[in-house]
Structure formats: structure tokens, C-alpha cells
Design a protein around this ligand. Structure first.
Ligand SMILES: Cc1cc2nc3c(=O)[nH]c(=O)nc-3n(C[C@H](O)[C@H](O)[C@H](O)COP(=O)(O)OP(=O)(O)OC[C@H]3O[C@@H](n4cnc5c(N)ncnc54)[C@H](O)[C@@H]3O)c2cc1C
Length: 443
């Protein structure tokens, strides 16, 4: 237990978004399921608000609460890969890097996020999108089972065979139903070397590049993962010096198959236009997973909004670009993920994750230094693009929500799924103990 009197308290209450400064009364740094059970029962007995922390990356700061108990899973980073049944069991406090490291040691992988210091806990429970999703599905599509500590401190297993209703809700419903102390994933052979890297273009080329990205991805095989990213070019050796600080569009490419095959399949993408840099090259998958880590450091101030979109219309592209030119911080960015492939083939009703048929997830991410006095300007830039894109959008990805009012969640999930999630909440957490999340109140 860490209390405000402990010298480690200030460090223990820091999360990724430096804007969030909640001060919990206690932080329970759990080393195993027994600690988690004990912490849940303690919170219940003392009627303490309870937040759950894995990687601490929820931009809204859900991993912390004021004056309550934080059940901090971050010491729980064990991963065991079973090479015979080809699964991994990862403790509920793992980051992406922990899971990638152990699975890639055996040439295996599962879909994870594109920044390796993100927690697998929040990421998986909200769905889990990443470079491999078109080939392997979402992180949740590879879940075999979860060990779950419920609000009354009981340990359950949720899988396709046991507590199947809970298993449905855990796959997209976030941390509403309990604390997952271990995730069991199905693994797949990958690499360790994949054809991956960045294609970089000046923003002047972006209208043509984004249209080609859209058209290419509409026909691309599942192995192709491409995320477009608009921002000011950071001063990295991989980017020509004349572009540093200038608006660019980068395509973050990953081919989840044999490298030689990738060379052939990716050729039409790489030969289009005049990329200022083509860094697509055989790379260790684990290295590619860490490529963006430094661009999203802990402690900066962050504000996001997101939308899922159908295939980008020319008008949507024009809207995105108008706002990309007006970006307000060298650290802000607009990543555009591409769904489709295996994500879209899983029947919508199979998991709580909504709208599998969207083509893109766009995240409008403002990031600025804590000393920067212009927070409002950065936040308004996000809201401006988000508002302008809303007519083109379908709904939002639950893991990219920030300060949306709770009343928007039924729209994010759709009424039918939302009602089913509420029923589950009444069964597993009727007093809404787990409420620091995109919350589904019991009703
Ligand atoms: C830099 C960055 C990059 C990202 N990239 C991606 C990406 O590529 N793909 C993607 O899908 N998402 C991505 N995300 C979004 C990410 O999925 C969410 O921010 C997610 O909430 C992070 O999970 P976490 O465990 O780190 O966060 P936390 O803040 O620790 O937790 C988030 C929520 O999940 C709950 N929770 C966490 N662990 C557990 C658990 N074991 N049991 C029960 N509840 C739990 C928490 O209570 C909280 O409500 C990214 C986020 C960041 C900041």
C-alpha cells in the first residue's frame, strides 16, 4: 500500500497523461491475484471509490481517482507462452512490450497497440487495434479466456465455455465488469522479421497520397497494415532535414507475412508519388512495435477525440487536411488506422465491440508540454476537426474516448449492445464499484 505520506507516492500516482493529477488515498500495488482480491474486498468494506490501473494510458485518466483506492496492477507483468497449444497467458498489468518480448522470442504474436508502453489491460478490454488486426483480428478476437476478480471479490474464469455472458462483455465492454488478473491469448506465427517502416511525404502531396492510401487499402490483402499519420515532422534521422518542423503525412506500414511477398504486395504503395523518405525495410516486428514510443512520452499534456469512419471520401480528406495544416503543436498528430480484413469478418454480435465494419479509426491527438500556456488553443484544434468530421463519422472507438458525456455511450455501442452490457453490469457489478472507465451504469 502506498499512502500520500510515502516518499514513493508522487511517482506512484503519475500516469501517462500529465494533465491528470488526481490524488488517491491509497495505491495498492498488487503482485498477484490474491492481492487484487484483498484490495477489492478492502475497498468494498470501507466503501472506497476504486480505480484500476494497468498501463495508465487512458487519456481521460481512468487509472486514478481522488481520495479513493487505486488497484495498481503494474507490478503484474508476467507472461507465459505455451508453444504447444500456441497461447500466451499475460498478467493483467502487462504492457505491450512485455507481451511482444515473450511471444516474439518464439516467433509468435498477437495483435497489440502501436505504442509498446500502452497497457494490455485497457487496450484489450476495449477491443485492441494495431498493425496486425487486419490479419489476426482485434486483440479480443484472440482471447481464449480471462481470470476475473469481480466486484464482490470472487475469482471467475470467463471463456467460450465458462461465464460466456461475461466473456462477451469483456471483449469490448472495458473494465466495467471486474479486474482481469490474466489474459490468455491465441498466438500466431510472425516474423520475427517483417517488412515495415515509414513512407514520408510533404503535406502538399497529402491529398493524392491519402486518396491512394484509401484506394490501395480497399483492395489490399489482410497482411497489409497501414496507418496514415499527419503531423509536423520531428527532427529524426529517418526524415530528410528539409522537412523537419514542416507538415507531413507519413504512412506507417507493416506487412504481416513473408518479407519477399511483402516486397511485391507493397510495391504499388511505395512506388506511388515521390516519397521524401522510404524507410520500409525488413525489421524485427518487436522493433517496429516500439518505433512510435518516443513520440508519445509520459508526462506531456494530452487531449483527444476520435471517430470511426467509412472509406475516406474526398470531402473527408479535404476536411482532415485543412485542420492538419492548422495543427497547433509540434507534438500533436492525427493517426488514421485502417480496419477491415479479419476485424470485419467477425460477426458484430459475437463480442461487445461495436461497429466492426467501419474502415478507419481516426484519433485527433493534441499533445503539448506542461509549461505551454496555450492548452485551450490545442484543445480547440482537436474539437474543431472533430466537429467538422462528425457528419462523416459512424461512432467512436471506446479506447479513444476522452471527455465525452456518459450519454454518448449508448450511441457508441448501439442501443442493443448497450442494453445487454447494462444487464451484465447488474449481474457482475450492481453497485458500480468499477466506475472509472467509459462507464456503463447498472441502470
Ligand atoms: C500512446 C498511446 C497509444 C495507443 N495506441 C493504441 C493502439 O494502437 N490501439 C488501441 O487499441 N489503443 C491504443 N491506445 C488506447 C488504449 O487502448 C487506451 O488508452 C487504454 O485504455 C490503455 O490501457 P491501459 O491499461 O494502459 O490504461 P489504464 O488507464 O491503466 O486503464 C484503462 C481502463 O481500463 C481499465 N483496466 C485496465 N486494466 C484492467 C484490467 N486488467 N482489468 C480490468 N480493467 C482494467 C482501467 O480501470 C481503466 O478504466 C493508445 C493509447 C496511448 C496513450
Amino acid at each position: 500500500m502506498v499512502t500520500p505520506l510515502d516518499p514513493t507516492y508522487e511517482e506512484a500516482r503519475k500516469i501517462w497523461n500529465g494533465q491528470i493529477t488526481h490524488r488517491p488515498a491509497l495505491i495498492a500495488r498488487c503482485t498477484g491475484t490474491a492481492n487484487v482480491i484483498e484490495a477489492v474486498r478492502f475497498a468494498r468494506q470501507h466503501e472506497m471509490p476504486t480505480a484500476v490501473r494497468c498501463g495508465g494510458h487512458a487519456v481521460a485518466g481512468h487509472a486514478l481517482c481522488d481520495s479513493g483506492l487505486v488497484i495498481d496492477l503494474s507490478p503484474m507483468t508476467g507472461v507465459r507462452v505455451d508453444p504447444v497449444v500456441v497461447t500466451a497467458r499475460a498478467q493483467g498489468g502487462c504492457l505491450g512490450v512485455h507481451l511482444d518480448r515473450e511471444t516474439q522470442a518464439l516467433g509468435l504474436a498477437v495483435t497489440g497497440g502501436v505504442v509498446s508502453h500502452t497497457g494490455i489491460g485497457g487496450l484489450t478490454l476495449g477491443g485492441g487495434i494495431g498493425h496486425l488486426m487486419r490479419k489476426l483480428g482485434l486483440a479480443i478476437d484472440n482471447l481464449v479466456s480471462c481470470d476475473v476478480v469481480t466486484a464482490d471479490g470472487e475469482l471467475l474464469v470467463a471463456s467460450e465455455e465458462e461465464n460466456t455472458d461475461l466473456f462477451w462483455g469483456l471483449r469490448g465492454g472495458g473494465g466495467n465488469f471486474g479486474i482481469v488478473t490474466s489474459f490468455e491469448y491465441r498466438l500466431h506465427p510472425l516474423g520475427p522479421e517483417v517488412l515495415a517502416g515509414l513512407l514520408v511525404y510533404p503535406m502538399e502531396d497529402a491529398p493524392a497520397v491519402l486518396r491512394h492510401f484509401r484506394d490501395y487499402m480497399a483492395e489490399a490483402p489482410d497482411e497489409v497494415g497501414v496507418m496514415a499519420n499527419l503531423r509536423l515532422a520531428p527532427p529524426l534521422p529517418a526524415i530528410p532535414e528539409n522537412l523537419h518542423g514542416r507538415p507531413i503525412v507519413a504512412l506507417v506500414v507493416c506487412y504481416a507475412g513473408p518479407v519477399e511477398e511483402g516486397e511485391r504486395i507493397l510495391r504499388p504503395l511505395r512506388e506511388f508519388g515521390n516519397p521524401a523518405a522510404d524507410g520500409v525495410t525488413p525489421t524485427l516486428y518487436a522493433t517496429h512495435q516500439q518505433m512510435l514510443d518516443a513520440a508519445f512520452p509520459h508526462g506531456r499534456h494530452y487531449y483527444w477525440k476520435s471517430l470511426k469512419l467509412p472509406p475516406l471520401s474526398d470531402q473527408a480528406i479535404a476536411t482532415i487536411l485543412a485542420h492538419a495544416w492548422a495543427i497547433t503543436s509540434p507534438n500533436s498528430s492525427i493517426p488514421i488506422f485502417t480496419q477491415g480484413g479479419a476485424v470485419a469478418r467477425v460477426p458484430n454480435e459475437k463480442t461487445a465491440f461495436p461497429n466492426r465494419h467501419a474502415t478507419h479509426d481516426i484519433n485527433i491527438m493534441a499533445a503539448w508540454d506542461p509549461s505551454d500556456p496555450e492548452s485551450e488553443r490545442h484543445i480547440n484544434w482537436v474539437r474543431g476537426l472533430w466537429g467538422a468530421l462528425e457528419p462523416h463519422g459512424v461512432d467512436a472507438y471506446v479506447n479513444f474516448l476522452s471527455d465525452e458525456p456518459q450519454s454518448e455511450l449508448p450511441m457508441v455501442y448501439g442501443q442493443e449492445k448497450y442494453r445487454r452490457l447494462q444487464t451484465l453490469k447488474r449481474t457482475y457489478d450492481p453497485t458500480n464499484s468499477f466506475r472509472f472507465n467509459p462507464n456503463i451504469p447498472p441502470g
